[in-house]
Design a protein around this ligand. Sequence first.
Ligand SMILES: Cc1ncc(COP(=O)(O)O)c(C=O)c1O
Length: 363
Amino acid sequence: MKKQLDESLAFTPRRYTNIPAVELAQKLCEQSPSGLDRVLYCPGGSEAIEMALLLAKHITGKWKTISFYDCYHGTTWQAAAVGGDPHFTLGQGPMVPGAFHVEFPNYYRNPWGLDHRTEREHIDELYLRQIELILKHHPDMAAIIGTPIASAPHVPSAYFWQRVADLCVEYDALLIFDEIVCGLGRTGTLFACEHYLTPDVVVMGKSLGGGVVPFAGILTHDKYNCLQDRSIGHFTHEKSPLSSAAALAVLNYMQRKQVVNRVKELGEYFRGSLLELQQQFPIIGHIDGKGFLIGIDLVNDAVTKEPAMEAAQQILSYCLDRGLSFKLYEGNMITMRPALIIGKEEIDFIVATLRGAFEAVGQ
Ligand SMILES: Cc1ncc(COP(=O)(O)O)c(C=O)c1O
């Protein structure tokens, strides 16, 4: 970035492109699953979600959407409307019309009380039924948008996403994956969709700018490059050479240091250590996630799965006092998204601190 600032352009107006932006587009297309061969940039993740939705609406000529209650997609109007958390929409009156929401698959806490170890496909069918019903009654559906792996995290089965993709084909809607959190290496593959299938649009953000500059964008198929007479982006800093230099540095670093492979290997080591903890501490009801996107569902009772809200708060305080920070999702689920460059030592520290916390709360 410094080189770009010192020796070349810091900014290009919209009508011009620039070399780092073009090189980045080439790299993203090379490194993403085959078929994702068009890129459009913008400054932030919420804006990238807007672009993905606008693209879907233009392409299909339809306007409704299906999204998931458990997914956050940003704070701009349409992104907030497809997001599932009322925190971002309450008191605002009607949001975007035609934005339907369904439940994201959660096998451990499925509402039907089915066994998450033995009845996954049955659970999938029940979640899919909600989507199918809406599609049947709303033929003007433009897109289904979701995070391939929910940030909580919950990891849907390959079967679930394949069926959703099939439904999108059947009902002529686009499938949009929001990879703003789970993309760029976090789950042990460069793109989270690699665990599943190639959607119509992948949305990137956050780490694309290396944590230094805001930068985001969408990746899509060449056949959708058909809006020459419309603008679905049109941001002043849409293809910033500075942000592109940052993103190129991110991708080059990740390639050079084999970050994705490390996340995959160390993610398994991390998970293995947590599974060992689970043998000793019944408060650990369930461990979910992939790579460096990890969740621990804390329960007071393994059978009733009553969320261990109070103990979770105590565990968080204990860990914060010792330099380990994480977020509690829904009050009882420890969610961890460590930096992709951490090593075994840091993982051992995390696990040892958690062990101390579980011992301290007497569980
Ligand atoms: C999954 C997901 N989508 C979209 C966004 C919005 O991105 P931004 O904050 O860059 O607008 C976020 C931000 O936290 C996110 O986590």
